[in-house]
Design a protein around this ligand. Structure first.
Ligand code: PBG
Length: 332
């Protein structure tokens, strides 16, 4: 007499897990390379390539970034999200290099669009790679990051990025009101087709550590970013952020970091229905990479599992340092 399980004796969920073919048939979530956006740190030719804490990832010169774009296209990856390394001597309190139309980001976008016109480019909007205090906005004498003055600068930065060919500008600074201001400004300047991906729900996170090394901010950053980035304890506030950015004209919304915040990915996606992007940030990559390097886990499996979970949670795309790798693994 077989054991009876509750009211439905014939229900055995393991039946559909018995073979790989059954498991394939019943998989609810599929990955495709278009889901992956490669996070890419740019450098000038004479800047160092190696990023402390991120083995397997190197800063890319413009030529290398062009080659990466060619291979991203051949792998059908969703796109490239670019961030610049800026050495201390090129930084100042105003973050002036951010508005220079011949800065590294703009030259890279122009070169990549020339090499591979249809590769999608996302440009980060925030002053932190360019300021000598490492903050995303302007700082007054008392050390406060001043909102409205910063927003005026961010729209200038968004404009140079839009003009250099970025398809999407992605404000990651968490100033209030910047989405509406950037949208109005871009429209007034004729950049009506440049989309805005708002880092709407962005937390003050320890997981950004390796990124700050990567862009050259960790040595210079004074204090933390808790007066503008969100408290990791807050979910409802994240929905308010997303609601405001949606009203202000964001085309897409982002949740960041990724894995510890999958509840927010689901809630943002279900509440607003906008294309929702998650960012598997530098610290998330570094955790998997260093655990794998220590022999504690299999990097490839951990990577694909984490990306599947982003998809299952409702993300439409994920920015990750391992996009190229993930695309290769999919094609096995
Ligand atoms: C800042 C910015 C950060 C990241 C992208 N843009 C970090 C920060 O707030 O200091 C993080 C990316 C990552 O950790 O991979 N504007």
């Amino acid at each position: 007499m077989p054991h009876q399980f509750g009211t439905f004796p014939t229900t055995r969920l393991r039946r559909l897990r018995r073979t790989a073919a059954l498991r394939n048939l019943n998989r609810e979530t599929a990955l495709h390379p278009g889901f992956f956006i490669q996070a890419t740190i740019l450098r000038e030719n004479d800047d160092p390539a190696v990023i402390d804490g991120m083995s397997g990832i190197e800063r890319q010169t413009i030529d290398q970034a062009c080659a990466l774009a060619v291979s991203a296209k051949s792998k059908r990856i969703g796109g490239l999200a670019l961030f610049p390394y800026t050495k201390p001597s090129d930084r100042n309190s105003a973050g002036s290099a951010a508005f220079d139309p011949s800065n590294l980001m703009c030259r890279a976008a122009e070169a990549i669009k020339k090499a591979v016109p249809d590769v999608l480019l996302i440009g980060d909007v925030a002053l932190d790679p360019y300021t000598d205090h490492g903050h995303d906005g302007l700082m007054d004498d008392s050390g406060t990051i001043i909102n409205d003055e910063t927003v005026e600068k961010l729209r200038e930065q968004a404009l140079v990025l839009a003009r250099s060919g970025f398809d999407i500008v992605a404000p990651s600074d968490m100033m209030d009101g910047r989405i509406g201001e950037i949208r109005r400004f871009l429209d007034a300047q004729g950049c009506t087709e440049t989309a805005i991906l708002s880092y709407a729900v962005k937390y003050a996170s320890a997981f950004y550590g390796p990124y700050r090394n990567a862009v050259g901010s960790s040595g210079v950053l004074k204090g933390d970013k808790a007066t503008y980035q969100m408290d990791p304890a807050n979910a409802l506030e994240g929905l308010r952020e997303a609601a405001l950015d949606t009203q202000e004209g964001a085309d897409m919304l982002m949740v960041k970091p990724g894995l510890p915040y999958l509840d927010m990915v689901t809630r943002v996606k279900e509440s607003f229905g906008l294309p929702t992007v998650a960012f598997q940030v530098s610290g998330e990559y570094a955790m998997m990479r260093s655990a794998a390097d220590a022999g504690a886990l299999d990097f490839d499996r951990a990577l694909m599992e984490s990306l599947t979970c982003f998809r299952r949670a409702g993300a439409d795309a994920v920015i990750t340092y391992a996009a190229m790798k993930a695309a290769d693994l999919l094609s096995y």
